[in-house]
Write a protein that binds this ligand. Structure first.
Ligand SMILES: N[C@@H](CCC[C@H](N)C(=O)O)C(=O)O
Length: 283
């Protein structure tokens, strides 16, 4: 057994939690009280569903001077993500339970966010104001974010991460795996993009499927649901409050004066410790 020193973790192993929100699954590392441990190599190794633990995103909890905690997000390809709505709800639930509280604040690379538990037990996060200017998304050049010059006439919305939303007659019929990668890597998106396909199923209800930047098809994407709700309202398809049916379940999104609120279920699956020195390369 040969250990790769660039990837090796402390001999004691590393504790982590497995969580999910509507099947959008996460490895969560609680690094409060110490330095961050995640590197692109560790994210890729842990994210491998055959040789590691497997996740859509890795979230690392860190200390914050300005909020109850800080959250950093990583995709399974080792890239960073500026936002992850479902992981934010899951980790906020964990922190609220630990502190016996019903609301928390957190800092992310896009700024200060807040989360709270509703009376029905679901967890809501305020994902902040949508980014509707081309430079904020970001897009490659000045253009109308409501009508991108791509086949299918999609909308670009930033939620701390980039999204490209296609409104289609039947989201269920879309070849997400065939279409998603080309849009993710289109030169219009200098930081790549998440890709959503949505269809209107009732006046304030959308069916949505997603191709996530740096991960691929996932069962749900919280920031994608927010971006889709914002795009649907701006296109005159819905009001400001919508239900979204994703492959893994349902999310509520409400675009209010103070930001885009997203509400749904959370689950803590297990807590475990990595074998000392993970990952090891076997000949
Ligand atoms: N699943 C997440 C979004 C994850 C980030 C995304 N893949 C990116 O690179 O921006 C969510 O629930 O928001």
């Amino acid at each position: 057994m040969e250990q790769n020193p660039a990837l090796a973790l402390p001999e004691t192993g590393l504790s982590f939690m497995k969580m999910h929100g509507l099947g959008n699954d996460f490895v969560v590392i609680d690094s409060r009280g110490r330095e961050a441990v995640t590197t692109p190599e560790l994210a890729r190794a842990l994210g491998d569903r055959h040789r590691g633990v497997g996740f859509d995103q890795l979230a690392e909890i860190l200390d914050s001077d300005s909020a109850d905690f800080r959250l950093d997000f990583w995709n399974s390809d080792g890239s960073r993500a500026g936002a992850c709505g479902n992981a934010t709800r899951c980790v906020s639930d964990f922190v609220m339970r630990g502190a016996g509280r019903e609301a928390v604040t957190l800092s992310t690379s896009r700024g200060l966010l807040s989360a709270r538990r509703r009376a029905d037990g679901l967890v809501s996060v305020n994902m902040g104001a949508p980014q509707l200017d081309w430079a904020e998304v970001p897009l490659a050049r000045d253009m109308d974010t409501l009508h991108l010059p791509l086949p299918g006439d999609p909308v670009a919305v930033g939620m701390g991460n980039p999204h490209c939303v296609f409104f289609v007659p039947d989201a269920q019929a879309v070849d997400v795996a065939g279409t998603g990668p080309g849009v993710e890597h289109d030169p219009l998106f200098p930081a790549r993009t998440n890709v959503e396909f949505a269809s209107l199923t009732a006046p304030d209800r959308l069916r949505m499927r997603v191709w996530e930047r740096g991960t691929g098809i996932t069962l749900a994407c919280g920031s994608g649901a927010c971006a889709t709700a914002v795009a649907a309202h701006l296109r005159g398809l819905t009001g400001r409050r919508v239900l979204l049916d994703l492959d893994g379940g349902q999310l509520e999104v409400d675009w209010r004066e103070d930001g885009v609120w997203m509400t749904g279920p959370t689950a803590h699956v297990f807590t475990a410790t990595l074998a000392p020195g993970f990952p090891v390369a076997r000949p």
